[in-house]
Design a protein around this ligand. Structure first.
Ligand SMILES: [Mg+2]
Length: 116
């Protein structure tokens, strides 16, 4: 993680892009990249979407969009002082409480719809 952060900071600094990397702009860029990933899967059948990594050109497009999403996620977290590993752990603990195995297993229901 630290190695990636260093590389990313140097990349932005060399291009004088820090001035554009505000939380507002980065959150919008993150959503835009997520939409680019969505666009790849749009109109595919469930089966086609599951097999997408078997097609080289499509697989490359998926890898690149995932990397773009990761780039902006890493960047916004860095600039907001969020340690992603800690935030992930914190959220997973909350999710484990919201979705206890005995109630959530085998269902896609939102936690508000699970039996109490
Ligand atoms: Mg992209």
């Amino acid at each position: 993680m630290e190695k990636m952060l260093k590389r990313q900071r140097a990349f932005a600094k060399a291009r004088d892009w820090d001035q554009f990397h505000t939380p507002k702009n980065l959150s919008m860029a993150l959503a835009a990249e997520a939409a680019e990933l969505l666009e790849i899967f749009q109109w595919l059948t469930e089966k086609q979407s599951k097999n997408i990594m078997r097609q080289n050109r499509q697989a490359e497009a998926v890898r690149h969009e995932l990397a773009d999403i990761f780039y902006y996620l890493l960047r916004i977290a860095d600039l907001l002082g969020v340690d992603l590993e800690t935030a992930f752990e914190e959220k997973m603990r909350l999710n484990e409480k919201k979705y206890p195995v005995e109630k959530a297993r085998g269902t896609a229901k939102k936690y508000t719809q699970l039996e109490r």
